[in-house]
Design a protein around this ligand. Sequence first.
Ligand SMILES: *[C@@H]1O[C@H](CO)[C@@H](O)[C@H](O)[C@H]1NC(C)=O
Ligand SMILES: *[C@@H]1O[C@H](CO)[C@@H](O)[C@H](O)[C@H]1NC(C)=O
Ligand SMILES: *[C@@H]1O[C@H](CO)[C@@H](O)[C@H](O)[C@H]1NC(C)=O
Ligand SMILES: *[C@@H]1O[C@H](CO)[C@@H](O)[C@H](O)[C@H]1NC(C)=O
Length: 422
Amino acid sequence: MRWTVVVYLLSFCSFSGATPPDIIPELSAFASKISWTSKIQSNNTKLNSDVTLNTLEMIRRAGYPAEAHVVTTEDGYLLTLHRIPGGNGSLPVFLQHALLCTSADWVILGKGKALAYLLADQGYDVWLGNYRGNTYSRAHTSLSPSELKFWDFSFHEMGIYDLPAMITFITNMRSQPLHTYIGHSMGTTSFYIMASERPKIARMVQMMINFAPGVFLSHMESPLKHITHFLKEFEMIMRLFFHDELLPQSDLLRFVSKYVCNQNLDTQKFCADIIFMTCGFDREQFNYTLLPVILNHDPAGSSAKTILHYNQVYQSDKFRQYDYGLLKNLFMYHSPEPPNYDLANITVPIALFYGSNDWIVNTVNVKKLHRILPNVVDIYEVPWPNFNHLDFIWAKDAPKLVYERVLKIMREKYPNNAVSTE
Ligand SMILES: *[C@@H]1O[C@H](CO)[C@@H](O)[C@H](O)[C@H]1NC(C)=O
Ligand SMILES: *[C@@H]1O[C@H](CO)[C@@H](O)[C@H](O)[C@H]1NC(C)=O
Ligand SMILES: *[C@@H]1O[C@H](CO)[C@@H](O)[C@H](O)[C@H]1NC(C)=O
Ligand SMILES: *[C@@H]1O[C@H](CO)[C@@H](O)[C@H](O)[C@H]1NC(C)=O
């Protein structure tokens, strides 16, 4: 059983627990399908030439202007903000990615489909954030990513430092508030922390749209929840072998994606199934042609502490600060239990989008959040029964199922600021 922990960490999932029955035959058939000696199949790479590009290059190849800005947080992290600049008078919008993702996830679907491009087409000034620790934000004014201290953060610090730094940078540059903040999963988690801990910054945001709001997780179905039984091992392995850094883009992962996942359609299906096992099965909405691009960007790295903090949220069913244990809690918070984030005082208008087959953010947990928030302007279950956690950024029909409604809400909420439509 113990060695499965290692598999769990390395392959981003566990084969114990809630294993869908159709995985087993695929698993055994898998070994025979990989021929380690065969040449790289370059066909996939040709089909999709976004494979080796970074976010800026992908945006430019799609025919849009692109900028990168580096922002320093109060605690010294250097974050990269990507931007598709709008014209004079355009309204700034900010898109924030999920755990182990990057700004690239907002453009992976391509021109005419990806949310960042749809917003740019509508005349918005589109900003794409990158949290500390991911591929584009692995730098600090005095710490190196090889030091443990660099990785001593969770989504708490992203909420009280990263989002304020990025949002302040944009609103100062544009001399106006953010028209809309759109967050996916951890992009929502940290927003709620910012809004409760630093309400002045939250007042620079006129509306917030959630894709899979990651606030309460007690009904999580993903096998990721089984990490609860291996927390000590998880911490130890992450400390000993990975200096607390979680799944960065690495040569190993690139190797796996190139030589294993992209060999043929069967191996692609297998690799996609590993992703589905963490977030919910939806083979119909998954575009297998995109797999090489996705695996070139994700997983993109974070801290082990982020997983531990999420696990505490799952176990305690409370949205609160990091639990260090009794003694350190007394020292840090002057209380035996960590303090809750105050959701009931968040005044920014909020729209909640969720999927009914999301194995990480369950409908029950979304409804609980809805009951607590004082200013929910829209709550929307995506009308696709298998819609999962990652379909918000990758689904073939995400434009029709999700983005159309996003654009509509953004137009209707502020009709006086009507943006130019083509
Ligand atoms: C790419 O696919 C075609 C047929 O689909 C095949 O003839 C060709 O050998 C493949 N190329 C490589 C490098 O595998
Ligand atoms: C945008 O504004 C700047 C200065 O505010 C001005 O110099 C420039 O000509 C404007 N561009 C357009 C296309 O209106
Ligand atoms: C939060 O809300 C409560 C009651 O709704 C109020 O008494 C309190 O002052 C608020 N706190 C802040 C920081 O606004
Ligand atoms: C899948 O992705 C490829 C590459 O971006 C694209 O050309 C194709 O239209 C996509 N298919 C669907 C059904 O969205």
